[in-house]
Design a protein around this ligand. Structure first.
Ligand SMILES: [Zn+2]
Length: 489
């Protein structure tokens, strides 16, 4: 304690300790004490039910009774939680007055315990992820009188220690032992609340803002990944790994701008909804101007009941899809993020490449257009209702981007121009055949036929939400969207 204000905290929990905190008595010759060396590891995965699973392990040595691996209860599972829980168990069981050296898999954990924890403690642990575990570890470490050294796995870490620790984890994954970890902190070591002397408004907002933003983003990423796991499994009947999800949105088949859009969404990088609601005087920015709900990306893309763009665009995607396929899947936020992993199969479980690819294109192009129209509405039109996109315009924009994708697909089959990067003609044919306009008049291989368009075009009279759809059997002249329906109507 440096000043008297350091003794006061705001937002404390109601439990107060009357027992003064104490440290174990230090041994005179610390260097003579035995040093406990422990290797700490952990994993974080999403299981088949879309639930997060965190596992932690601590390895002391060969055939050592203290070696331990366990799965954490669901409510504590985060990417760091396994290692934190293993550290907590180690700190709890090790003698308090003997040196301890922990070799930790993730470097970030060391930063969390050394640099971040004191700051989080001063700020009262408000909204900090892993707060329960970190608080409990800090309390255990405060109680120790001997040195505790934290070190990240590196070139100096014996390979055997790493292998044995990983082995403990994989054994536990096959045969999970859940461990009800005690995160309760002894009252005398329990500090909670924002330290008043640190609680200047500037620091308060700065500190909270920083924690909130980082936390908010990480939480959004976890949520987005979990939603993706879940929705992809509904279509493909298999759950992709996190790595597969990240890889799928880097696929070069997806246009660059849309890759960035998906990546930012997986990271929760768009400042929407909840983000603004935590910032004084900017709360209104978090509200959807169409319906008054909290405006998350999920809300914009798949939920807002008052958004004509959301409604019309998904109807158009479904209509085009149903020219060839039977059921258009229910589109949720996770379906969009994982659209490139949605693998459709036939009854013999053979992958339907063309079907999967068409689904992916329709999904990401539609979602991206809904987002673009939303930005135009809010930023360019400054939420002025009389400037909002008409239904005709929304339809024309969608038809035009899908036709553009079809056109680029055709161009990209040019092997002499694109070499190895060229798309296979057969793949492009399988993607689009069956959903084209006046297809009976087209040759089987239409790749080099000019003016091929998708089978929905705008009509001059858009009446009701389906007035713009041309029936599959109608035989109208092949002409572009812009001719059939001049923009600006
Ligand atoms: Zn809304």
């Amino acid at each position: 304690m440096t000043t008297i204000e350091d003794g006061f905290r705001a937002f404390t929990s109601p439990i107060h300790s009357t027992v003064p905190a104490h440290q174990s008595r230090a041994q005179n010759n610390e260097a003579d004490t035995e040093k406990t060396l422990v290797t700490i590891g952990g994993t974080y995965q999403i299981n088949n039910n879309g639930e997060p699973v965190a596992t932690g392990a601590a390895w002391y040595g060969p055939d050592d009774d203290r070696n331990i691996a366990f799965q954490l209860p669901n409510d504590l599972a985060t990417p760091e939680a396994g290692e934190l829980a293993a550290i907590l168990e180690t700190a709890r069981t090790a003698p308090k007055n003997a040196r301890m050296e922990l070799s930790i898999k993730t470097l970030k954990i060391i930063k969390l315990l050394t640099k971040d924890a004191p700051r989080l403690e001063q700020l009262g642990w408000i909204q900090a992820p892993n707060a329960k575990l970190i608080k409990a570890i800090m309390a255990e470490l405060h109680e120790r009188s001997a040195t505790t050294t934290l070190q990240a796995w590196g070139t100096n870490t014996p390979k055997r220690n790493i292998d044995e620790t990983e082995h403990l984890i994989s054994n536990n994954t096959e045969n999970p032992k859940t461990y009800n970890i005690h995160t309760k902190v002894k009252d005398e070591f329990n500090t909670s609340g924002l330290l008043m002397s640190r609680g200047t408004q500037r620091l308060f907002y700065k500190g909270i803002g920083r924690i909130n933003h980082g936390y908010h983003k990480r939480r959004l990423t976890r949520m987005a990944l979990a939603m993706t796991h879940h929705t992809v499994r509904e279509i493909s009947l298999e759950t992709p790994s996190e790595a597969q999800i990240w890889k799928s949105i880097r696929n070069k088949d997806i246009p660059r701008g849309i890759r960035g859009f998906l990546w930012k969404n997986l990271h929760g990088a768009y400042r929407l909804g909840e983000f603004w609601q935590n910032i004084p005087n900017y709360e209104h920015r978090g509200t959807c101007r169409l319906c008054g709900g909290i405006e998350s990306m999920e809300h914009i893309l798949v939920e807002c009941e008052d958004s004509p763009a959301r409604k019309l665009i998904w109807e158009l995607a479904e209509k085009l899809w149903c020219r060839r396929e039977d059921a258009w899947p229910n589109i949720r936020f996770g379906t969009i993020l994982g659209c490139n992993l949605a693998h459709f199969t036939d009854t013999k479980k053979k992958r339907l490449e063309g079907k999967s690819r068409l689904f992916s294109i329709l999904t990401y192009e539609s979602a991206h257009l809904i987002w673009k129209l939303r930005c135009e509405r809010v930023i360019k039109f400054n939420n002025e209702e009389d400037k909002f996109h008409s239904k005709n315009k929304i339809c024309n924009r969608w038809i035009s981007i899908i036709n553009r994708r079809l056109k680029y697909n055709k161009l990209l089959t040019n092997a002499s121009r694109y070499g190895e990067k060229a798309l296979r003609e057969s793949l492009v044919l399988r993607t689009w055949s069956g959903v084209l306009l006046d297809e009976d008049d087209l040759p089987d291989n239409w790749i080099r036929t000019a003016g091929v368009l998708v089978g929905i075009s705008a009509s001059r009279s858009v009446m009701g939400s389906f007035g713009y759809l041309r029936g599959k059997e109608s035989h109208t002249a092949k002409h572009g969207v812009h001719k059939a329906f001049p923009l600006g109507n």
